[in-house]
Ligand binder design. Structure first.
Ligand SMILES: [Zn+2]
Ligand SMILES: [Zn+2]
Length: 277
């Protein structure tokens, strides 16, 4: 990205908008489920959160990698570049390493209570569509930015390799949140290797037994290796509900409430039935 070229931030924003429009068109043409009744309010809330997160952090997930690669070029440590790795190999190695690190970070967010408080903002939407792909709390974006910067620095890759790898993550994130389904044959072929909307939809299910599965970002192989990959088929898939049961639904609808959601404690138990005796 020279002085006359677009900045990485503008490139990622343009990619994001093109990807969003493509997935929204796919949802319109082949919807998995009728659009949720609160569509307008959800889109406004999710986009509001995206603007906050983009301004304060989301943009720095991909840009953190670019800035790290720039800084790296001024240091003696050149990592993969020092051993003459071609650009495509640097991009592939970075992509696989980032995807594995994001799988581990995602699993950690479900395991550790204080990280779950941040990540549950993403899970708290009661519907599943492409707008959920931009519903992340700024604190989660900052955590991913740190992981990305650490990996780019330790591998020592060229900034173009970072750009290529992050472009895949941005487009796939929108794709896997689509309220749409792949043709059955494509789903069978792809899902053992890559996270599809059907696989990620299971991860957004409101039942804890399901949302603690399918942690993959782009590749589903890490879940296969860890024994956490699960497909839910047929009527069970059609009956999936979304959201976090332990959260009061009034806490998850508006932008200000989502921003402070990490500070709220979950209900310990479901509401008890009234004793009418
Ligand atoms: Zn999750
Ligand atoms: Zn998701």
């Amino acid at each position: 990205m020279g002085e006359n070229g677009p900045s990485p931030g503008v490139f990622f924003l343009a990619l994001m908008l093109v990807g969003f429009l493509a997935v929204a068109a796919w949802e319109h043409l082949r919807p998995w489920q009728a659009a949720s009744p609160q569509l307008g309010g959800r889109w406004a809330t999710n986009f509001g959160l995206w603007v906050c997160t983009h301004v304060s952090g989301y943009a720095i997930v991909p840009v953190a990698g670019i800035v790290t690669a720039w800084c790296l070029s001024a240091t003696p440590w050149q990592g993969l570049q020092a051993v003459g790795s071609p650009l495509w190999l640097q991009a592939v190695l970075l992509f696989v390493a980032l995807d594995a690190a994001r799988w581990a970070s995602h699993a950690a967010m479900h395991r550790w209570a204080w990280l779950w408080r941040i990540h549950r903002v993403h899970h708290s939407d009661v519907a599943f569509d492409v707008t959920v792909g931009v519903r992340f709390h700024p604190a989660e974006a900052l955590l991913y930015a740190c992981v990305t910067a650490a990996l780019v620095a330790s591998l020592g890759v060229n900034l173009w390799a970072v750009l290529a790898a992050e472009a895949v993550f941005i487009l796939h994130n929108l794709f896997c949140h689509a309220n749409a389904r792949l043709p059955a044959r494509a789903e069978r072929w792809l899902s053992p290797w890559m996270v599809t909307p059907d696989l990620h939809r299971v991860h957004h299910a409101e039942e804890p037994a399901l949302y603690n599965l399918n942690f993959g970002t782009v590749l589903s192989v890490w879940d296969r290796l860890a024994g956490t990959l699960r497909r839910v088929e047929g009527a069970d898939h059609a009956a999936l509900g979304f959201g976090v049961q332990a959260l009061d639904s009034s806490w998850t609808r508006s932008l200000p409430q989502l921003l402070v959601l990490p500070l709220r404690a979950e209900r310990k138990t479901a509401p008890q039935p009234q004793n009418t005796a």
